[in-house]
Write a protein that binds this ligand. Structure first.
Ligand SMILES: Cc1cc2nc3c(=O)[nH]c(=O)nc-3n(C[C@H](O)[C@H](O)[C@H](O)COP(=O)(O)OP(=O)(O)OC[C@H]3O[C@@H](n4cnc5c(N)ncnc54)[C@H](O)[C@@H]3O)c2cc1C
Length: 380
């Protein structure tokens, strides 16, 4: 579509959109990226300093090949940007042997021959003295787990996309888009743009930007807590990431101390939030919420008994089965959509960028994305 001003317009330059803009631009595509907020902002889903990355994927072993490619691209991104966008710390996935966190991680590790070890409770305590697991708990330990830095990652993709020639416009909200035989038209408060292809990465704004697609997505408020460890951050400096599941199936997760001596140690509940919208989310974190977090995490890590030095809110975009949506919707000729990352998308950011660039430029991808077809969610 050479008569259009751009080859591809990307709506939303958060985690996924910034990666898509970069992967498109580096293929020589004329890219326009449109973002309603500032670069690497904290109003969506890609902020808060750290995101767990891991490969023994309890959610479904089908994610593993994407993770193997994502890890290659994480390394490449670190090299190209010169930034420590991720760090390997090792990861512990803890709980009763039959729980999803443990059994699911083990299943993925075995199916894909991923390096891992299994520890019983005394072994966990011996190797990682900060932890006090239940007597019957076990842990899958994965050395190739760690964390990515979301704001740094988004900024790195934005900078690299711009370096490759992408036009990126911030503070510009998309108010409408349409698809036609000659390409797409996108309207913002400042103008109207045309392109051959459209890639939409709306995060928590999916329900409003994708109204006609009928993809069921629920937005959920999540809280992040940085707790001050009694006795200082020392034992948490060289510390694995962890996900812990209790007998009720409730999961918490956390990170090493990466924010300096007074920055606290970050922990959170996985999937425990109120339904909201980006407009109605309550950004205030209450003392009762901090108490609930501390009561739960100190069962596993007793040293995290101090006050919260910082809290933040963030949004999950949940599909009913908590698997992603990555698709070229059938009723459109020139549109690619990536949404519904259901609270576990960040570790895939670089490979989703590559997949979206494949789909927008060739209409197909060699990556296995069958699990993310939204037709699975249609109930008739
Ligand atoms: C608390 C929390 C913890 C998490 N922990 C992990 C973890 O440990 N590991 C992991 O892998 N994942 C984790 N996730 C999930 C992961 O962070 C998300 O899946 C991922 O960041 C989603 O990226 P996105 O691009 O879809 O959304 P976003 O990064 O929010 O990007 C969407 C962008 O679209 C823009 N936009 C929306 N509407 C418009 C419009 N009309 N015009 C222009 N721009 C628009 C928004 O401003 C935003 O920048 C976590 C998420 C949260 C909230």
């Amino acid at each position: 579509m050479k008569d259009n001003a751009y080859d591809v317009i990307v709506i939303g330059l958060g985690g996924m959109g910034s990666a898509a803009a970069y992967h498109l631009a580096r293929r020589g595509t004329r890219v326009l990226g449109l973002e309603k907020f500032t670069p690497a902002h904290d109003r969506g889903s890609s902020h808060g300093g750290s995101r767990i990355i891991r490969q023994s994927y309890f959610e479904d072993p089908a994610y593993v090949p994407l993770l193997l490619r994502a890890y290659e691209l994480w390394e490449e991104l670190a090299g190209l940007s010169g930034l420590e966008v991720y760090e390997m710390t090792g990861g512990l996935f803890i709980g009763p042997p039959e729980c999803l966190t443990v059994a699911g991680s083990l299943r993925a590790a075995r199916e894909w021959s991923l390096a891992h070890e299994v520890f019983d409770a005394p072994e966990i305590r011996r190797r990682f003295p900060t932890f006090t697991p239940g007597a019957d708990d076990v842990a899958v330990y994965e050395a190739k787990a760690g964390f990515a830095r979301p704001e740094m990652t988004v900024q790195a993709h934005i900078d690299l996309a711009a370096r490759e020639g992408a036009t990126l416009r911030f503070g510009e909200e998309v108010t409408g888009w349409s698809d036609g035989p000659r390409g797409v038209t996108v309207t913002t408060g400042s103008g109207t743009y045309t392109a051959g292809q459209l890639v939409i990465c709306p995060g928590a704004w999916a329900p409003e930007l994708l109204t006609d697609l009928g993809i069921p997505i629920t937005i959920e408020r999540q809280v992040l807590y940085w707790l001050d460890p009694a006795g200082g951050i020392g034992p948490f400096e060289d510390h694995p990431i962890y996900i812990d599941e209790n007998a009720n199936g409730q999961q918490i997760y956390g990170f090493p101390a990466i924010d300096g001596p007074t920055g606290g140690v970050k922990t959170a509940f996985f999937r425990k939030g109120q339904v909201c919208t980006p407009d109605t989310i309550d950004r205030t974190v209450r003392a009762g919420e901090v108490d609930e977090m501390r009561d739960r995490v100190t069962q596993l890590l007793p040293a995290l008994s101090g006050p919260a030095v910082h809290t933040a809110t963030c949004m999950y975009s949940n599909t009913p089965d908590e698997h992603f949506v990555i698709t070229r919707p059938h009723d459109y000729d020139n549109v690619t959509v990536a949404c519904g990352f259901s609270g576990h998308g960040f570790k895939f950011v670089p490979v989703v960028g590559e997949v979206l660039a494949d789909l927008a430029t060739t209409g197909a991808t060699a990556h296995p994305i069958g699990l993310f077809d939204p037709r699975r969610l249609v109930t008739t």
